[in-house]
Design a binder for this molecule. Structure first.
Ligand SMILES: Nc1ncnc2c1ncn2[C@@H]1O[C@H](COP(=O)(O)OP(=O)(O)OP(=O)(O)O)[C@@H](O)[C@H]1O
Ligand SMILES: [Mg+2]
Length: 402
């Protein structure tokens, strides 16, 4: 008797659904508190340009206009329990300028390496959330999109695990080969909410792998229908350009394969970010990837595409500063890359552990974390520092272009 692949596939699907439902049930039981919240005192301490007087003034104004803020008890005293969204409203009331008032098109960020398992996905989703949840960046009210282009759907798992089970048709790969889709259709059908307001996700599907493997023939068909977009420009032209006024930052995540999804992502990107793992074997393969970049760029240019990358930054991932091997690798990366971000992603079990509940270190609070609270806090702080460092460097390099 042969293997019944269909039956096995059905069982896999059932398991996936069970895993997802178990996590939902557990969260309901423990009254899961995903996002951070702040008292008025904490707002004044952690957020720029918000003094106690201004916070009091703008909260009072918003309340008189009908906004209701959550409160909680600290002992017997009732205090405000403000979310990042509330604080963004306060900035808005104060009349602070946002990123979108200074930049009219989305900036595309691609955290990328051909080396597998170097935290591309974890960094992408954590930094994307960090752009929204880091106190120093709240003033910018950034509108974020994460486009999952890895058929494995890891970013989808972290940002909205229900879509790892449900079929999803409007994936980036599908949109790339359907040039007739309008901006409105893409925004309505292609994006789903995540548990961080302001961060939208375009989920991936396992079928995207099939689209990627027949990319050239699908591109030929498009040509016959009169579409002249080069084959590595499909993501930029058929998806990103249509939504570039609806978001401030668009993050792309692909698998570690030199395939059309990766090449399209390079063509659509303004900033390429390289997770630089310091273990010796990983350093080796990462340097080999950097060595191959010119041939990769030549491949897309020979196909009629243009590279528009404004910055290439590395950052140390899974870094243990006390290890000499890691410090030696750090030196090689600094010597090799144009830019290294001044912050890193430390090696920490917290990044793994939060994944078990389909969360990141920014979307789970200590009270709900079944592990060292200090490790969780340190991991979350490192993500916020990394997100801010990346944002500032991008702001600097975009400024140079003006
Ligand atoms: N800072 C960290 N410290 C320790 N482990 C981490 C850290 N960040 C991520 N991990 C773990 O490393 C593994 C790989 O992470 P991730 O999936 O983000 O890598 P990737 O580069 O996207 O992989 P792939 O090439 O398969 O797409 C995961 O098990 C993740 O939990
Ligand atoms: Mg990945």
């Amino acid at each position: 008797m042969g293997v019944d692949f269909d039956a096995m596939a059905l069982r896999a699907r059932t398991s996936l659904r069970e895993l997802s439902e178990d996590v939902d049930m557990l969260k309901a039981e423990i009254d899961f508190k995903g996002l951070p919240s702040f008292t008025k005192a904490a707002v004044c301490k952690q957020f720029q340009k918000l003094s106690r007087t201004s916070v009091d003034k703008y909260i009072a104004e918003l309340e008189s206009e009908g906004t209701q803020f959550n409160t909680k008890f600290h002992g017997s005293i009732k205090v405000y329990d403000l979310s990042i969204e509330d604080i963004i409203k306060i900035y808005e009331k104060k009349g602070e300028k946002k990123w979108r008032d200074k930049h009219d098109e989305a900036t595309v960020i691609f955290v990328n390496s051909l080396k597998g398992g170097v935290t591309k996905t974890v960094s992408t989703v954590s930094i994307a959330q960090g752009f929204r949840l880091t106190p120093a960046l709240a003033i910018e009210d950034l509108r974020i999109a994460v486009i999952d282009m890895d058929p494995q759907g890891s970013a989808t798992m972290f940002l909205n695990h229900h879509y790892t089970v449900n079929n999803f048709d409007y994936t980036a790969a599908q949109i790339c080969v359907n040039p007739q889709l309008s901006r409105e259709e893409i925004l309505e059908n292609g994006f789903v909410n995540t548990n961080v307001p302001g961060v939208k996700l375009m989920p991936a599907s396992i079928e995207d792998g099939f689209v990627a493997s027949s990319w050239s023939s699908l591109h030929e068909e498009l040509k016959h229908e009169g579409h002249n977009t080069p084959e590595y420009d499909l993501l930029k032209v058929n998806l990103i350009d249509k939504i570039k006024h609806d978001f401030d930052f668009i993050f792309l995540d692909t698998g570690p394969h030199l395939d059309p999804l990766l090449l399209n992502s390079v063509v659509a990107s303004h900033f390429l970010i390289l997770p630089a793992p310091p273990a010796h074997v990983d350093l080796h393969s990462t340097l080999k990837f950097v060595e191959r970049l010119p041939s990769l760029i030549k491949q897309v240019e020979d196909n009629g595409s243009e590279i528009r990358v404004l910055g290439f930054y590395g950052f140390l991932s899974k870094f243990i500063p006390s290890r000499e091997e890691h410090r030696t690798s750090q030196r090689h990366y600094v010597k090799t890359l144009d830019d290294m971000l001044p912050e890193n992603l430390p090696n920490s079990e917290a990044f793994n552990k939060v994944g078990q509940s389909y969360e990141t270190v920014l979307t789970i609070q200590g009270k709900d974390y079944d592990g060292s609270k200090i490790s969780l806090k340190n991991a979350a702080d490192s993500v916020k520092k990394l997100a801010s460092a990346l944002f500032y460097q991008i702001e600097r390099d975009l400024g140079k272009m003006k």
